[in-house]
Design a protein around this ligand. Sequence first.
Ligand code: PDD
Length: 274
Amino acid sequence: MILFHDQLTKRENAQVDIEDRGYQFGDGIYEVIRVYNGKAFRLQDHLDRFQRSADEISLQLPYNLERLSQLLQELVQTNQLADGTVYLQTSRGVAPRSHPFPEESHSVIVAYTVEAERPLNHLQNGIRTMTQPDIRWLRCDIKSLNLLGAVLAKQKAKEHGCQESILHRDETVTEGSSTNVFLAKDGQLFTHPANNLILHGITRQVVLELAADMGIPVKEEAFTLQDLHRADEVFITSTTMEITPVIEIDGTPVGDSTPGNLVRRLQAAFEHQI
Ligand code: PDD
């Protein structure tokens, strides 16, 4: 079953209109939520970010977050999803194609579940990455359906045998194409501040909380490509990739090319939360 508007229904009953603004303009927002043991992890944080993204683009959600939360949990239960993800999106609805907001339209909500194992191989052994210019717009804090910048960056990573692209604006590292980036240097963690240049990742937030609990100092400060290449440890975070060590950047090993001590401690603490 899937969620379409406010009903759980069969997938074949849902249709995208050719003039849906999400389809034509990327005029909409989304969330990816992890489900562990049948429970949506940090659901409220995802819903709050969904509402914030909607507010930032003046998109009216058709019903409140409480109802949405109920429907998503019903969806997970109905599909008997134990481990996987929920994909949730809304577009500004269907209207004759014209750039300004339509006078009349109703936002369209869709959600569906996907079974997925945790990425244990990458969590254990780490991933290879490459750096690329961040060509995205200046409101990366909005979880918008416009993902072409991320798609192109991820495709290039794949072509180079890498699992993620780490993006930079001039010399400043922002985030990954679908992840946030942390580095460790001399026992301290650094990550880009949660401003308009990055998505305010929920896993990033979990890491900040865990680090605080564990007495690991964190600076939410931008760092450079040079800092990245000189780091003791680098890791990325996201709903689907959790806390994944980076063992190589642009063909150069990070540290001794194996996951470091800090990332291992954070991974262990994260496992207790899920
Ligand atoms: N990506 N930065 C970007 C650009 C992202 O797209 C994501 C999430 C993150 C991490 O955010 P979170 O920890 O809340 O998942 C950071 C999702 C998973 C995706 O597009 O598949």
